[in-house]
Design a protein around this ligand. Structure first.
Ligand SMILES: *[C@@H]1O[C@H](CO)[C@@H](O)[C@H](O)[C@H]1NC(C)=O
Ligand SMILES: *[C@@H]1O[C@H](CO)[C@@H](O)[C@H](O)[C@H]1NC(C)=O
Length: 313
């Protein structure tokens, strides 16, 4: 599917490309409902049961291979429930000895060399918004991706996740053009852009369209790199962010219009996030204000639904 760098008006006017529906995946936290204890394999199994029965999806993404020993707890659960996991290698800085990278990479390398769970590893992301936070440069991130790619067997995709505007503004060009990334995830939050819910779907499409357009242009291919929305969603409670208001009704509307709209159209989307995370720290928006991040789940922390229309697209 080809994206051109175009405005929302053009996008709305262009004919929908008829193709298979995109995949739906879920971002998943690694703490139990109490907000502090690390999840075990049986917690992940319960998460997977709820995600599969409520949404039909069998793909989740995680952020750090070693934090909470996520890899060793989640992969046995994935095998027993037939789920696919995106493992994360955290990139904290451009220090060669960056412990986040070194430890997460060692853990991922160990597990793929062992091989028992390789069929359940969908991909490995190297860094999550590390360009957006200006923790590393595009060149440095590309070097990290190369290191990981060269250590992975065929069949395990490697790439990164970053904010849509870091793809759109060229910061990620070294990664796109580097030739090592098989998969790229662009995060786009209309909420964090302070949009009213009435403009949230249009703004989301516009962001994603711009990011994917640049990736396709710089990689010189429409299908060389697998593309996903890496994170999107809407909080059900918490603080207003500029004109964006958290509420169950707004989250429900965003889910069905923006998220299901994207997958129906043929694009892959990871939703942020599956379940509320009561222990999560506040997130800092682009304007510097801090907003609560404990109510972003499409489901409650106890895995019950938040709205009657459910989560099937
Ligand atoms: C992770 O696993 C190691 C080795 O089994 C253990 O020593 C450590 O306490 C665990 N850490 C967490 C946060 O569960
Ligand atoms: C709606 O979203 C578009 C795309 O992000 C943006 O350009 C426009 O300013 C927004 N409209 C309003 C009224 O905020």
């Amino acid at each position: 599917m080809r994206f051109a760098t175009a405005t929302l008006t053009l996008l709305a006017a262009s004919p929908a490309v008829v193709s298979a529906a995109g995949k739906l995946g879920w971002a998943l936290g690694n703490k139990k409902e109490d907000g502090s204890t690390c999840k075990t394999s049986s917690d992940y199994e319960d998460d997977f049961d709820a995600i599969k029965s409520e949404t039909g999806s069998t793909v989740v993404r995680t952020y750090s291979a070693t934090d909470c020993n996520t890899t060793s707890h989640i992969l046995p659960a994935a095998k027993s429930k037939d789920f696919q996991i995106v493992l994360g290698i955290w990139v904290y800085s451009d220090d060669e000895d960056d412990a986040s990278f070194v430890n997460d990479f060692a853990e991922v390398k160990k597990v793929v060399e062992d091989g028992e769970y390789n069929d359940y590893i969908y991909a490995v992301t190297v860094g999550s918004e590390s360009l957006y936070r200006e923790d590393v440069s595009g060149d440095f991130l590309n070097k990290r991706i190369k290191t990981v790619k060269e250590a992975m067997p065929d069949g395990i995709k490697v790439g990164t996740a970053d904010s849509w505007n870091k793809f759109q503004d060229g910061t990620a060009n070294p990664v796109i053009e580097g030739g090592y990334a098989d998969i790229l995830l662009a995060n786009a939050f209309s909420y964090w852009q302070g949009q009213k819910i009435s403009n949230a779907t249009g703004s989301f499409y516009d962001d994603v369209y711009q990011a994917f357009g640049v990736i396709q242009e710089k990689s010189g291919s429409t299908d060389g790199i697998e593309l996903w929305v890496g994170e999107t969603g809407w909080p059900t409670d918490g603080d207003d962010y500029q004109n964006a208001e958290p509420s169950v009704a707004n989250a429900e509307q965003f889910y069905h219009e923006a998220i299901c709209g994207m997958t129906t159209w043929g694009f892959n989307v990871f939703v942020f996030e599956a379940f509320d995370e009561p222990g999560k720290e506040g997130a800092v928006g682009e304007d510097g204000t801090v907003a609560d991040e404990t109510h972003w789940g499409a489901m409650n922390a106890d895995r019950t639904l938040k709205w009657d229309s459910g989560l099937k697209c």
